[in-house]
Design a protein around this ligand. Sequence first.
Ligand code: PEP
Ligand code: MG
Length: 835
Amino acid sequence: MSIDALTLLAPLTGWVVPLSEVPDPVFAGGMMGEGVAIEPADGRVYAPCAGTISQLAKTGHALTLSSDAGADILIHVGIDTVLLNGAGFTARVREGQRVAVGETLIEFDADRVAQGAKSLQTVVLVVNGDAFAPASLGLGRVEGGETALMSVNPRGQTSDEAALSASGEALLAQATVRHGGGLHARPSALVQAAAKPFAARVEVRFGGRSAKAASVVGLMRLGTDEGDTVEVSAQGADAAAALAAVVAAIETVTTVPEPTPTPAVPQAAQQGPRFAGVCAAPGLAVGTLVRLDHGLPELAETPAGADAEFTRLASALASVREQIDAMVHGARARGLTQQADIYSAHLALLDDPELAATAENSVANGMAAGAAFRQAVQVQADELRALDNPLLRERVSDLNDIARQVLTQLAGGRLPEPELAEQSILLADDLAPSELTRLPRERVAGFVTAQGGATSHVAIIARAMGIPALVAAGDGVLGLPAGREVVLDAAAGLLDAEPEAATLSEARQRLALLRDQSARRFAAAHDPALSRDGVRVEVAANIGSLADVEEAVRCGADGVGLLRTEFLFLERDSLPNAAEQRDSYQAIVDALAGKTAIIRTLDVGGDKSLPYLPLPPEPNPALGLRGIRSGFARPEVLEAQLEGLLSVKPLARCRILLPMITDVAELIAVRALIDQIAAQLGVTERPEVGVMIEVPSAAVLADQLSEHADFLSIGTNDLTQYALAMDRCHPGLAAQIDGLHPALLRLVKLTVDGAARHGRWVGVCGALASEPAAVPVLVGLGVAELSVGAALVPQIKAQVRELSVDQCRQEALAMLGLPSAQAVRERVAAVWPQP
Ligand code: PEP
Ligand code: MG
């Protein structure tokens, strides 16, 4: 690591000329300070570094920016421009204001100023030359806010002295971007999260641009690609640790979502009524074109004064933050990990300090909150659009997505509901993730967009939801009238806007065959899933709400295998009391029409939080007070929940599941509590009590636990995290954290064997149970129940019916000896090829 000199970016676009050539003896002679001049090519002045505006001429033609390290930089637009008395100048900042690097400081009408002044040459000087020495980085053309212009070094300090100085000069390191596709939204969110715990200010530089590590958009705007080397600087008391964390985040290996990005200018080909595009999610659909015209809403706002507008903006941002947070939790509850990750990245975008600073600046300058936010997003979006990297350009739709939500919030209303057809094929310029996920799934047959790409977030979601999608189909599609019947063959990359009768009927036949298969599966879903050799496997549903139970019943689930109660109470602002909880659980048991619900006690802490149950911050939340441990830490919460559960009737249909049990003492303690509460309530019956196997110790001690538990349910999400020591939310580890790892399979086997000693059954309620590749392996290891996303029940039951459990057993036992998850997956694919 070496000491970082402050690098000033060019404050204007134009041509750098030596200071000595400026037609003003005071500037040219260096009497005001050392520096350079720029012959401007346009009329915008950007902040050359982050800092505070320490002086602003009333006429708006000059200002001094004090960098955080203390260098005072004077930017004086033109020569003798003071005589214009402000004509042609608009200051975009005020004295005392903090600005981010690259932020617009002054705008001026170059033609007008050129006519009234001696010269447009703009000097950039360090005026406290006693403390800081500037060094020009060269002449020639520079881009405002982008090209490095000067380095500014503290005088009289060696590098090492400066490193040790109390204020702490910036420490510098280089890092290689290892994220596939460069620092796009989710990797940038990872870098932002890495910098967050530290007080140090961390910046990342690349290609003459600079971004705060706290700014997701700024990081994206750097336009990096995989393999690029960036410079990272950190300044502040904990700079060294911050620097190391950010470098590690930049160097984390992640893969770009398949397939590779699409070209920005779609290579769309239109042949008559057939439009070619890029397949974002395969599938066939016949449906009615429905236009989604979703430009950003225009607000009719009259600014109500800066203070009032600040408050409006802050409260709109807070509401949208809450909504997106709920979407993250909701998606996680349903096992939709990719969707949850995408919405987490939206949260990071919303919290981007640059976005907020730009909007706040405009508000300070008299703009209304909506217009200010809209403009701030526009600036960032334009910059992303200008980048070479298609993956980053696709993030514009994410920015627009949050802008739409904030503006809608400011307008005090909801987005207008589009008029959907029975089977709609949505048509839009581009589509944002929340626009798709808020629509009723059953009425969306597919979508087509003029823009976009196969790696956009909405494409990832479409694949996960099984919605056929064609993107980058070109502007021509936007001319198609709504209401016509079209055929979308996304896998073939085609939209047929005027299908001939034969095409329509062939597409309908193919769809009918698929529908028949799914209808057959659906019809059979209410029957038990018996393997070819007659072994019954229970297929239950994971749920998070009463609405999910209805879906579970409709899809033929044999019961509820996991109700995550933390999701049931997510939308409340206080913890429900015992009676309220009883009502919720009772409604779920009643809706199950005779089947059984396994209800898990609150699992907060780690990756899950409830706003009204704040837990103290912890250095290692995943290893801290979570699951049943938080219940022991807040006994009144656990007791109220057990009281609610013990009041459900009939108790035989309500099983209690305990999360994050480590060993038998915890189980015995909860059992004693159940007995005590039941006695107080006068309840003589006891519900079955099960233990989640999520901690490796629980799998190893399964035989002991089974002595006191009625059943065990393996939470593969956590068990994988803890067995492989890989954070389940770490995007950089997503490719390696695989539940089919042989280490996991051995833990499953230990669990089943331990349970068998006491005649207990074992289920799996983690996401692995929903994976077709894992089903034969888990069944082969002796798992008796698979609890999956409700919609998957018919498919998983159909799969079980094709299996021979005997063969599964032989294969699964052999897999325990394989060296890697990949080897297991290859073996599964060879033995049970997926259609
Ligand atoms: C698990 O860990 O696999 C599980 C089902 O629990 P959750 O995902 O809610 O932590
Ligand atoms: Mg878990």
